[in-house]
Every structure is written in structure tokens, then in C-alpha cells.
Design a protein around this ligand. Structure first.
Ligand code: M6R
Length: 604
């Protein structure tokens, strides 16, 4: 999705810091980039289709000088990725420049009105109406802040907008349904769609809320809400390390983030479980939090949906009725209101539009978000927040966030079970103990994986299938998603039992099947399915716990994972499948961290 960054300082470093910010927003996905730097009464706009490096090269000999500016990475929605459609967009005078993330729904009608007033448009974008609306209000005599708010009041839709106006100190910005966060340094302020944009300059962040309009100057900012009343928004310190947003010597963010999973899992679990005492301690979720809850609806998209499916299995095994929903479907047709429904929203970014819509549509007694991002939109939409503490995830393909979501949700499942059923689950001690060992077990998988050789041996296949049962089904779907999104090959996940009800017709000697064994009941049946695949010539790679049945002679390859509690084997199996997808994509020379057509945060 589009990314916004603004730098409001006193030294003439705006261009350099805006380019750093754009680099740090690259992970969101984009097809063009640009900046606008204030230069006295003028505004210097540079933009182009293509990479940020193309923009950087174009600026290398003639770079705008100034202390205040805005920048943007565009992910096309209205009009193709061209220089003209790249942001920033300006008014007729060229002195008002705008960057925007989101969709302006009444853009057609506003464009017609503005054209009748004599405004001239140069792009296909919905965004371009905004600088002209400001220009129009200024022409009517409004001071800049009032003109900016007048323009914002006239647009419908989702937006995060930032503007610079020639001759006026500061940046004007507003948000509605699109994220926007201020970063505060000593004499320099930043504004961005996401914290990594400015994390190497400051860790003090203030999230804006829907309806907020803000003016940011080098020394601070003033916020007014949707009713134009002054409001205070809380400033927090994020505990992310700026190093976490670099590649740290790895070829790709994805590989770095796969390798970071032991650390991330340690953060998710540490201080939250005491296996000996069979206790869980979740800040903000004391015993009794879920008294009165009778069922859990899990809403999420993509990888987070697979974490939701995984959790559905864990809750069901703990005697708690639970159901995972694609958030987009839930939003369109939420189940009828029933007392005792807990909606658990799961989202790495906390900004996914479909998941926000599901929470808004929910008829629930309580809503809780499990997210990786402090202060994100879903933390404000839900009654309470549980952080997964995975650290910043830059690769578009979600990796460490999935493992950390499942680990965090595993702890939460135990809390819910105790409140709903009244007792710890029967195997609480071994489950909690396995959770504390999870970081070490993941480290063993990462260190000893032969995923690269296996990925290389199946490079010419027609399609790639993934099967599993229970949590292993969620892992199979996640394995297929990861594989397809970064290799661009056809990959599909199924429940193991589903194969012979149709998909088995697709199985040939050119369709490797990755089969997840959980190390528990059901593995015998999965082995039966594997035999059916092999009888049709399909090669099988088992991703199996050391506790799985003897697979000797029944599969072509094994990607082993350490023996652990069966509820957590899936997390380890998923790490093997992440590595398979990574190496398969690398072998094909794909754009692993920024796969085509995809964006990290799907905010529209
Ligand atoms: O930020 P979220 O977890 O809400 O994002 C949901 C999906 O867009 C996301 O999980 C997506 O499927 C992954 N990037 C795929 O690897």
C-alpha cells in the first residue's frame, strides 16, 4: 500500500531523511515514488515511476534543498504507475503539494466541480483533488490550517494525507481509516504511515486517530479532532531497535525474519507462562477476564487468518467453542448477536482494512486484538490489546509474526480455557513447558534444515500441494500461501482427508506434496493419504515431528522437527515450509521481500 513520510526540521536535510524514510517504507509495496521539499515560498516536487533508487539517482546531481518536506511511495489504485500519477500532487500554482494513502470516493464529483471552477488536472489519481481543494479555500481567504481542514471536510473515503504549502512553516496532515503516526525528535518531527520510516531518528511516537487534523512544526505539533476541538494524543516509546529494520547481513528481510524467530518467540512467551506452577500471566488479562464468554470468533486475513485457524483448533481441544472467519466475510455478514461472544481480531500490522471492518461489524460482548504494532488502528477499535512482540516485520511475506501470533494466542487460549471451563487444560504443564522451549526448538529447525536441497530438487514441478490435519491444516494453507506469494508458482493447501474428494485428480509425478504430521492422533490417517498420493506417483515430503509414526519407505523426503507438545509441532513445521518457500523463490530469482502485486499492509 502507499506509504507517507514527512520530515519537519530546522537543518536542510529534508531530502536525505525523506529518502531514508522512503527506503524504510519500501516493504509496503510500491510502483513509484516522489518527494516535495519546501523552498521559501515555492515547493520543489520530484517524482517518478519505478524504484526509490531511480528517484535517488535522478536527485544525485540536483537535489532539492530545504528543511521541511513530504515523501511518498505509491501503490497504484487510480491510474497506471507513471511519473504523472506518482505523488506528490500539486495545485495549479505548484505551491501546495500533497501525498495521500487511501481512496477518495467522491473524487469524480469533486474533480468535475473543480474543473468547472477552472482548476487543471495533470494525473488520473483521486489524490489530485486535494491540493486543488486547498487552493480553492485559500483563494476564498481561508488561512492555511483552515483551508486544509476545509479540503479534508469535503473528501469522503479513507485517507492519510500530508501537505506542504509554500511559505508556511510545517506540514498539515489528517487521517481517516489509514494509519498516520508522528515521530518526535528534539528539534525535528516526522510523520509517516508506519514507525520504521523514522525509527532510526526517533522512537517517540504519537498515533493519530480517525478524524484528527494536525499541524506539525519542527518543535512540536497540535492536534484537533473531527469536531475541530484541540485534543491530546498520547506519546509512547516503541521498544523496537533501529537495527531490527535493517537486513543485518542477510540477503533478504524474509530470511532475516525467519532467523529471528527464536528471539521473537522468546519475547512472545517470556514472563507470560510459568509451566511449573501451570500459570499464565498476561498483562491486562487477569484471571476472570473472560468470565461469561461462551464462544470465540477469530477474525483475520491471510497469514493472520491461518493463525486464527490454528487457534480455533487449540481452543476446540480445550473445550472452548471457537470459529475462525475471514474478516472480509465476517464484515459482510456478521453472525447474529449472542451474549457471550468474544471477537479476537488477529493482525500483524493492526491496520488491515478488512479486519477493522469485521471488528466494526461485530455484535460481540468483547473485542480483543492480537497485534504486533503498539497504537495501531485495531488497538483503538478493540476493547483490549495483546501484543505479540515479534519486532518489526519488513518482508511482505509474514514469517516471524505468524509464529509469534500462534505462541501468544497459545498463552491466551490457556487463559480463556481457565475462565470459560473453570480449570486448566489437562496437559497444561507439558503444553506451557513446550511453549517455553519453542525458541530453542525453532533454532534447531533453522540450524539444521535441508529445505534448500528439497526446494532445489523440485524446481521444475507443475504445482505444489500442502496437506495437514487440525493445526497442521492451518500450516498447510500457510505453507501454500508463502510458496505462491514469493515463487509465483501454483501452490494449494488442503486438509489431508480432502484430497480424495477431488484434488487427488491433480496429483502426478510433477506435483510434490508437502505433508504435515502433528505427532498425534490423525497422523496414521495422514499417512494413509500419503500412501494414496504415492500410489499415483506423487512425490511426498513429510514435515514431521520425531514423534510421528515411522515414515521409512512411505515418503520421499523428511523435513524433521523436534519432538514437542503436539499443539506446537505446527509452528516448527511452518518454519521448515517458510524455508522451502524462501529457497524456491531464491532459486527462481524472485523479488522475495517485495513480491509482485502485493503490499505489506492492506489498508484499503
Ligand atoms: O497485518 P495483517 O496481519 O492483518 O495482514 C494480513 C494479511 O494481509 C497478511 O497476513 C498477508 O497475507 C501476508 N503478508 C502474507 O505473507
Amino acid at each position: 500500500m502507499c506509504g507517507i513520510v514527512a520530515r519537519i526540521g530546522e537543518s536542510d536535510d529534508a531530502t536525505d531523511e525523506l529518502l531514508v524514510g522512503l527506503d524504510n517504507l519500501e516493504y509496503r509495496g510500491y510502483d513509484s515514488a516522489g518527494i516535495a521539499v519546501q523552498n521559501g515560498c515555492d515547493v520543489d516536487v520530484r517524482k517518478r515511476a519505478g524504484d526509490i533508487d531511480d528517484l535517488r539517482n535522478a536527485l544525485s546531481t540536483d537535489s532539492p534543498s530545504g528543511s521541511i518536506g513530504i515523501g511518498h511511495t505509491r501503490w497504484s489504485t487510480h491510474g497506471p504507475p507513471t511519473d504523472a500519477n506518482a505523488h506528490p500532487h500539486t495545485d495549479c500554482s505548484g505551491r501546495i503539494a500533497i501525498v495521500h494513502n487511501g481512496i477518495i470516493e467522491n473524487n469524480g464529483e469533486l474533480r468535475r466541480t473543480l474543473r468547472r471552477e477552472g482548476h487543471v488536472f495533470e494525473s488520473d489519481t483521486d489524490t489530485e483533488v486535494v491540493p486543488h481543494l486547498i487552493e480553492s479555500a485559500v483563494a476564498d481567504g481561508a488561512p492555511p490550517m483552515e483551508a486544509f481542514r476545509t479540503a479534508i471536510d469535503r473528501i469522503d473515503g479513507s485517507y492519510a494525507v500530508a501537505a506542504v504549502i509554500g511559505g508556511r512553516e510545517g506540514v498539515y496532515a489528517a487521517r481517516n481509516d489509514s494509519p498516520l503516526v508522528i515521530g518526535s525528535g528534539d528539534s525535528t518531527q516526522y510523520l509517516a504511515s508506519d514507525v520504521p520510516a523514522f525509527l532510526e531518528f526517533t522512537d517517540r511516537v504519537t498515533y493519530l486517530e480517525d478524524g484528527d487534523v494536525v499541524r506539525v512544526t519542527p518543535t512540536g505539533f497540535t492536534v484537533t479532532d473531527g469536531h475541530a476541538q484541540s485534543v491530546h494524543r498520547r506519546t509512547e516509546t516503541v521498544d523496537w531497535d533501529p537495527q531490527d529494520t535493517g537486513k543485518g547481513g542477510y540477503d533478504h528481510y524474509m530470511l532475516k525474519e525467519i532467523n529471528e524467530q527464536p528471539i521473537a518467540l522468546g519475547r512472545s512467551v517470556r514472563g507470560r507462562v510459568d509451566s511449573l506452577a501451570e500459570e499464565v500471566e498476561l498483562d491486562g488479562f487477569p484471571p476472570g477476564t473472560f468470565d461469561g464468554i461462551e464462544r470465540v470468533h477469530l477474525v483475520a486475513m491471510g497469514t493472520s487468518y491461518h493463525a486464527a485457524m490454528y487457534t480455533e483448533s487449540l481452543l476446540a481441544r480445550r473445550g472452548v467453542p471457537a470459529r475462525a472467519f475471514m474478516a472480509s466475510e465476517y464484515a459482510m455478514a456478521p453472525p447474529p448477536e449472542e451474549n457471550g461472544t468474544l471477537v479476537l481480531a488477529i493482525s500483524q500490522s493492526g491496520e488491515t482494512a478488512d479486519t477493522i471492518a469485521a471488528v466494526r461489524a461485530a455484535r460481540a460482548e468483547r473485542t480483543t486484538v492480537v497485534t504486533n504494532v503498539v497504537g495501531s488502528s485495531l488497538t483503538r477499535e478493540c476493547d483490549d490489546t495483546l501484543l505479540v512482540r515479534a519486532g518489526p516485520e519488513i518482508g511482505v511475506a509474514a514469517t516471524k509474526s505468524f509464529s509469534s501470533q500462534v505462541a501468544t494466542l497459545s498463552v491466551l487460549c490457556e487463559r480463556i480455557r481457565r475462565d470459560v471451563v473453570g480449570t486448566p487444560s489437562a496437559d497444561a504443564e507439558s503444553f506451557l513447558s513446550a511453549l517455553t522451549e519453542l525458541p530453542d526448538h525453532v533454532q534447531q529447525v533453522v540450524d539444521g534444515s535441508s529445505a534448500e536441497e528439497i526446494a532445489d530438487s523440485f524446481v521444475d514441478s507443475d504445482a505444489y500441494f500442502f496437506i495437514g490435519r487440525g493445526p497442521g491444516h492451518a500450516v498447510a494453507l500457510e505453507g501454500a500461501l508463502k510458496f505462491k506469494e514469493i515463487t509465483y508458482e501454483h501452490a494449494e493447501g488442503f486438509t489431508a482427508a480432502e484430497l480424495k474428494h477431488g484434488p487427488l485428480a491433480l496429483v502426478t509425478e510433477n506435483t510434490p506434496v508437502f505433508s504435515v504430521f502433528n505427532g498425534r492422533d490423525g497422523d496414521t490417517e495422514t499417512l494413509g493419504n500419503v500412501k494414496e498420493i504415492r500410489a499415483r506417483g506423487g512425490p511426498v515430503v513429510a514435515v514431521a515431528s520425531e514423534d510421528a509414526p515411522d515414515l521409512e519407505g512411505d515418503v520421499d523426503h523428511v523435513l524433521p522437527v523436534p519432538a514437542t507438545h503436539p499443539d506446537l509441532v505446527g509452528v516448527l513445521a511452518n518454519v521448515q515450509l517458510q524455508l522451502v518457500a524462501y529457497h524456491a523463490a531464491k532459486h527462481r530469482g524472485r523479488s522475495i521481500d517485495k513480491p509482485r502485486n502485493l503490499a505489506k499492509s492492506v489498508t484499503v
